[in-house]
Ligand binder design. Structure first.
Ligand code: CO
Length: 214
């Protein structure tokens, strides 16, 4: 291979390993995908959905963008969500943020990075909405971590507000939305306690999650 030979070498080794464990692995995967989970996470290279949850190819449908934002009019994210919920019929939508998120930090400090500043304005909106929870008396790291968590909670709310999720719930679909946060420094996932299974639970889950903020 002329370019990036190491990656092709890795790929061949991986195929060998997988077929060594299960000769039918790829044949079975190619036939159908029926993941139970939709993962909406950050693009950060250190937060790979499959590895940190121990899930195999075929087990999680993934959408990632900078700072795991769910924007009401983002056709990309909405299309992923609609396909996952209506066609693949996933049972769980997981919004997973992470401590140490550079996008969240830039939103917090107002650092200029370029075009991405426009995308990160959505996270600045979260910062401004919760300014009383991000007091200037807090240590910078604590404020940063808190905004990472607040951002997940707000993005979970956005998921619950979509027509996709509202319609699925009104059809009686068993669909649970979750908000998790991952810590880069120890590899551990934490549940932010904002899980909801129906529109009647959204408000109380939101209030409870804010009250129990780490
Ligand atoms: Co990030």
């Amino acid at each position: 291979m002329r370019y990036l030979p190491q990656l092709f070498e890795n790929n061949r080794a991986w195929v060998e390993k997988m077929t060594g464990q299960d000769p039918d692995f790829f044949r079975r995967l190619a036939a159908v995908q029926s993941p139970q989970y939709l993962w909406i996470g950050c693009s950060d290279s250190r937060v790979p959905a499959n590895q940190i949850t121990g899930l195999q190819p075929g087990e999680v449908f993934v959408h990632r963008n900078v700072a795991n934002a769910v924007i009401h009019t983002d056709l990309n994210c909405l299309s992923v969500m609609q396909f996952a919920v209506d066609v693949l019929e996933v049972s769980h939508v997981i919004v997973c943020g992470h401590y140490g998120c550079g996008g969240v930090k830039a939103a917090l400090t107002g650092e200029r990075l370029g075009l991405i500043d426009n995308w990160l304005h959505h996270i600045k909106d979260v910062r401004d909405k919760h300014s009383e929870l991000l007091g200037p008396d807090m240590h910078m790291t604590a404020r940063w971590e808190r905004l990472c968590a607040l951002n997940v909670i707000e993005q979970v709310m956005h998921v619950t507000q979509t027509t996709i999720v509202r319609d699925a719930w009104s059809r009686g679909r068993n669909l649970m939305i979750h908000g998790w946060i991952y810590r880069l420094s120890d590899g551990k996932l934490n549940d932010l306690g904002v899980s909801v299974v129906g529109s009647s639970e959204v408000e109380s889950a939101y209030t409870k999650a804010l009250a129990g903020l780490p």
